[in-house]
Ligand binder design. Structure first.
Ligand SMILES: C[S@@+](CC[C@H](N)C(=O)[O-])C[C@H]1O[C@@H](n2cnc3c(N)ncnc32)[C@H](O)[C@@H]1O
Length: 307
């Protein structure tokens, strides 16, 4: 049975945050999210940034149609608390009912079938697509792993990868460092790679990636491993690394050491403001490029190892 929840959003001064959360808990609140910090799963919070003066919080209460009483109770309690917590009053409460299903499934509405380049289609498992001509389809259920193709960094990598399969000779050996949901590894296999290795330091990502590899029927060509890059054998025609700028730099020697002559190195996960940091770090390697592509604040660097 689906629970109905009542969401109450409140703007709270930083000094009163703990007090408000405590009072809401006493009134039966089952969960609170604090929304003020810029927290992208891909961008580590800046430890030097000033803490915000106010936070937007969302408190969730299980309800059985008694929202008016609940709203009155919360208002009265916070008005009382306002005498102890400067800046809490005047209160601004925004309330709405929420179905439990919205929490678990809400993100899915942002993920729908997308064409990348000339013939690559990335789609969620719950949508149908009949490929026409030489189109290839990547089917994904990203679960808790990163990589639906909707994030700018993934899309930039997919575009770079798809472009490589529009010209001869097509790459056959591909390494995907930080595979997440496995999206880039599976796309490479779908486009024509014969041996693809995806690695990730997160166990959950490896599990999801393996499931997606099976789902796409490319298990004979794609291997997913939790082993670190440093321990991986062989050289590759394409290496993709959609990891943070600092991590790309840290792994520079290990990435470039595995590039076959004439191969492509595709680096992403780089915020525009970090572009120069990465290009400077990679200037010491024997590489052509980079060719730079952008999406919103993200940058992708495409290098070539001389043939
Ligand atoms: C932004 S996600 C990219 C996922 C997917 N490749 C895509 O393009 O959407 C980055 C992934 O890299 C993994 N990662 C970060 N540093 C890594 C490293 N040094 N070696 C392997 N994986 C790493 C993270 O666990 C995460 O799953």
């Amino acid at each position: 049975m689906k629970t109905t929840w009542y969401e109450i959003r409140i703007d709270v001064p930083a000094s009163g945050l703990d007090l408000v959360c405590n009072e809401l808990g006493e009134l039966g609140c089952a969960g609170i999210t604090v929304e003020e910090r810029t927290l992208d799963t891909f961008v580590a919070p800046d430890p030097d940034a000033d803490a915000p003066e106010r936070y937007g919080i969302s408190a969730y209460f299980p309800t059985e149609g008694d929202e008016t009483t609940l709203r009155t109770q919360v208002t009265e309690r916070l008005e009382w608390l306002g005498q102890l917590a400067p800046g809490l009053l005047p209160l601004s409460l925004q309330c709405r009912p929420v179905q439990e299903q919205d929490w678990a499934e809400g993100w899915k509405q942002h993920f729908s079938a997308t064409r990348i380049g000339r013939r690559l289609i990335v789609k969620p498992t719950w949508e149908d697509w009949s490929p026409a001509g030489d189109e290839v389809v990547v089917n994904l259920d990203p679960g808790m792993a990163f990589g639906t193709g909707t994030h700018g960094t993934t899309r930039l990598c997919l575009e770079a990868l798809a472009g490589l399969y529009d010209q001869a000779p097509v790459p056959t050996r591909v390494l995907d460092v930080g595979t997440g949901s496995g999206i880039l590894a599976i796309a490479a296999a779908a486009l024509g790679a014969r041996r693809v290795l995806g690695c990730d330091i997160e166990e959950e990502s490896c599990r999801v990636a393996r499931e997606n590899v099976e789902l796409n029927g490319v298990g004979d060509r794609v291997e997913i491993t939790g082993a670190p890059l440093e321990s991986l054998e062989g050289d590759f025609d394409v290496i993709l690394a959609n990891i943070l700028a600092e991590e790309n730099i840290r792994l520079g020697d290990e990435l470039t050491r595995r590039l076959a002559p004439g191969s492509a190195l595709i680096l992403s996960g780089i915020l525009q403001e970090k572009e120069a940091l990465v290009t400077q770090a990679f200037a010491r390697y024997d590489l052509h490029g980079p060719e730079v592509t952008h999406e919103a604040e993200w940058v992708c660097l495409r290098y070539r190892k001389p043939a």
